[in-house]
Write a protein of this length. Structure first.
Length: 215
């Protein structure tokens, strides 16, 4: 039978670290899929939030965050500073589809004193895209993240690289991690909706975010 391809109704975007560019990647993915965007927990409100960035660059619908915390820190620390306890069991993705969900920092970022984002992703069982920078240290961080996802039984859609091209590094991660290489988003100079779309389209094939299925 001829294979058919489908786009999952929702993706989770996570990273090997904080500040690597996964919000810009998420915005590019939102534009590509015509999706909505949801940030479950936003830490830091003094500057433009991730939801505001995505909305500005894509015009997408961004359902409100479950938690908005002022301190730019790990969510459990931000919540503690405000006397708030994050109830991870109440974090439920909104019904908007297609949907791009962006975590905070990396997989092991705590939400409270017992739960990390990885625990929540394991409960949701949605395909994860791991964003990895191409800078020094990325092999270790990426392979550890891939191993953590696999141990937790979280479906990994593939790895999206961010930064200058490093073919050998990218190949090492995907080969040793047995993960799909989705493409690479270069560092953009002035980020506008047009420049983001151009960079995303150049870096990711049209079928990068499709899953194979039997017709």
């Amino acid at each position: 039978m001829t294979p058919a391809f489908i786009v999952p109704p929702a993706f989770i975007v996570t990273g090997t670290d904080t500040g690597i560019g996964k919000t810009l990647f998420s915005a590019g993915l939102v534009a590509r899929l015509g999706a909505s965007y949801w940030k479950p927990v936003q830490s830091g409100l003094e500057e433009e939030t991730d939801s505001q960035t995505v909305a500005r660059l894509t015009g997408a619908f961004c359902p409100p965050e479950a938690y908005r915390l002022r301190l730019p820190a790990s969510p459990h620390l931000s919540a503690d500073a405000e006397g708030v306890q994050i109830d991870d069991s109440a974090l439920t993705p909104p019904p908007a589809r297609p949907l791009v969900i962006e975590g905070a920092g990396g997989l092991m970022v705590p939400l409270n004193d017992r739960t990390t984002f990885l625990d929540v992703f394991a409960r949701w069982q949605m395909p994860v895209i791991l964003c990895a920078r191409t800078a020094l240290g990325t092999i270790n961080h990426s392979l550890l993240s891939i191993a953590a996802l696999r141990r937790a039984g979280v479906p990994l859609h593939g790895v999206a690289f961010i930064g200058s091209a490093e073919p050998q590094v990218e190949d090492t991660i995907c080969r040793m991690g047995a993960a799909r290489h989705l493409g690479r988003l270069p560092r953009l100079g002035t980020v506008t909706p047009a420049s983001l779309r151009a960079g995303f389209d150049a870096g990711f094939a049209t079928d990068a975010f499709e899953l194979g299925a039997q017709a």
